[in-house]
Each structure stands twice: as structure tokens, then as C-alpha cells.
Design a protein around this ligand. Structure first.
Ligand code: ASP
Length: 300
């Protein structure tokens, strides 16, 4: 086993490894996988709520034949009995655990875990920082649709500032040559995000007819104290409602990492739109995570 190879953000992967992950994802989707993680223990520790990421990591590990343990904050001695997190991680290392999948509200927490752990750490979302496997499944969903993302226009709409999904995805889109447009008010999309392959647009209406992909984000209310613009104004300017949807081209796909809030970032009609790809994203989430686990454990 290759030791200490972790996935904390997308820059831990070379571009050829992106391709390798996407190829393995496609292979796992067309043929039931072998038990490529037989004998490997995977421990999932989620300090924040999660439905999609938690379930799909579990399924990915089980389908690859791994031994799976789930720990919640209530199970962890270090939060209740005075042990340090470092000593907890050393303990899990001593058990020969192969993979730790970690979600935590603090930016950098998975990285600090990786420093004390002998196996592989996968960041399942750390605060506002990064969510690499979500970015990979989103990229895979777009690639499945368009073949290549070179010069494709991807509009990411909403609370970019607090979104770890957006932060990882922007880096991935830049790597694959897409034209990213960040859409939102200044408070959620500060000017500093503009750069190579990334521009900012304050008006959602201005991108509706030109975007190949519209990826909507949830407002990350748990990550700030007060809403910088009123809910009413946000909905008026950024909700993908019936009127806006009517202006979206038929070939455009609409995505959301979930959980989505009806009536805020999207209206019910979006869920019936032919280009709504949410279910595909969720499904690809399992196979992309299988591909990541397989790459970390079994190598290229
Ligand atoms: N599920 C994603 C995350 O954990 C997106 C969200 O919560 O809005 O970051």
C-alpha cells in the first residue's frame, strides 16, 4: 500500500489523475466493481450533517469490499474524555486503518489529521475551504454531457464566498479549460475571485442565454452571522424561477450540489426541467468516490 497519500483538495491530484479518476468512474458504472478494497478498513468521521456525501462514501467503500466504520462526534473520546485529537488519530493509525474520510466545520482540520495518520485521508468538506470529491463528481457530470469543458461556460450562482464546493470546483474548471462565470452580489462574490478563466457577473439574467452549465449554490447560513442582503432581494435577483428558466437554452444543464432550498435558489419548475442533472450528480457521487478510494489505495 502507498502510504500517506491524501486527497485534501484538487491540487493533490495531477491532471492525468483527474483523467484516471474519470476513466475509473466510467468503468465502475458500466461493470460492477471487484472487491478492490478487501481487507482495507475505512473510517468515516463526520462532524457536520451530511446526507449525500456520507451515504455515498459508505456505499463506495462497501461496494469495493472495504471494512467500514462510522464515527460521530458523540463516539469520540477526545471530545469527552480529555484525549487530544492527535492521540485519537495515532490510535486509529495503530489499528491499521487504511482510510479516514473526514468532514469538519474548521478549515484545515483534515490536513491536521493527515499529519498524524499513517493511512490516507480524504477531505469530505472542511468549513468554507474545500470539498474535492464533490468537485470531481460535478466535473464528471459536466464531462459526461459535453465531452470536454474547454471553452464551455459554467455559471456558478450564489454564495461562492462560503462555499467549499465552489472553491474546489473553480480550481477544477480552470484545470479543464472552462470559462467560469461567478454570479452573485458583491457580499457573496467578491471581486478578488476574478482571474484566469474566471469572471464575475452581478446579473443572473445576463448569463441565462449563454451558460452551458448553471450550477446553483445553497446560501451557507451556518457559516455567517447575518444575511448580507435581504432574503427577498436575493430571491428577486438570483432565484432560478419560471421566468428565468424560460430564457435558459434547451442544451443547458442545471446542477446543484444539494441540499437545495426550494423558493430560494430555485423554483419547483427547475426540478422538472429536462436539463436538471441533480440525480446524475448524486449517482456519480458513489462511483467517483469509488474511483478516488481505488486510486489512493491501489495506485495508478
Ligand atoms: N453539501 C455541500 C457541502 O457540504 C453543499 C452545501 O451544504 O450547501 O458543502
Amino acid at each position: 500500500m502507498r502510504t500517506r497519500r491524501s486527497l485534501l483538495d484538487l491540487d493533490d491530484l495531477g491532471t492525468e489523475e483527474f483523467e484516471e479518476i474519470f476513466a475509473r468512474t466510467a468503468a465502475f458504472e458500466s461493470k460492477p466493481p471487484e472487491r478492490r478494497l478487501a481487507g482495507i478498513a475505512c473510517v468515516n468521521i463526520f462532524f457536520e450533517p451530511s446526507t449525500r456525501t456520507f451515504t455515498s462514501f459508505n456505499l463506495a467503500e462497501l461496494r469495493l469490499g472495504a471494512d467500514v466504520v462510522n464515527l460521530t462526534p458523540t463516539d469520540l473520546s477526545y471530545l469527552h474524555k480529555g484525549e487530544t485529537i492527535e492521540d485519537t488519530i495515532v490510535t486509529l493509525s495503530a489499528m491499521g486503518i487504511g482510510v479516514l474520510v473526514v468532514r469538519h466545520p474548521e478549515e484545515g482540520f483534515p490536513k491536521s489529521v493527515a499529519m498524524n495518520f499513517d493511512g490516507h485521508v480524504i477531505n469530505a468538506g472542511d468549513g468554507t475551504h474545500a470539498h474535492p470529491t464533490q468537485a470531481l463528481l460535478d466535473l464528471y457530470t459536466m464531462l459526461e454531457e459535453f465531452g470536454s469543458l474547454r471553452e464551455r461556460v459554467v455559471a456558478i450562482v450564489g454564495d461562492v464566498l462560503h462555499s467549499r464546493v465552489a472553491h474546489s470546483l473553480i480550481a477544477g474548471l480552470r484545470r479543464l479549460g472552462a470559462q467560469t462565470v461567478l454570479v452573485g452580489p458583491e457580499a457573496f462574490v467578491p471581486e478578488e475571485y476574478a482571474g484566469e478563466g474566471v469572471r464575475i457577473e452581478r446579473s443572473f439574467d445576463a448569463v441565462l442565454g449563454s451558460a452551458d452549465v448553471i450550477l446553483l449554490l445553497r446560501i451557507q447560513r451556518e457559516r455567517f452571522v447575518s444575511m448580507p442582503i435581504s432574503d427577498e432581494e436575493y430571491k428577486r435577483r438570483y432565484c432560478l424561477d419560471e421566468k428565468r428558466l424560460a430564457r435558459v437554452r434547451d442544451a443547458t444543464i442545471v446542477m446543484h450540489p444539494g441540499p437545495y432550498n426550494r423558493g430560494t435558489e430555485l423554483a419547483d419548475c427547475v426540478l422538472a426541467f429536462a436539463g436538471w442533472r441533480y440525480a446524475k450528480q448524486v449517482l456519480h457521487g458513489i462511483s467517483v468516490r469509488m474511483a478516488v478510494l481505488d486510486l489512493l489505495i491501489n495506485g495508478s
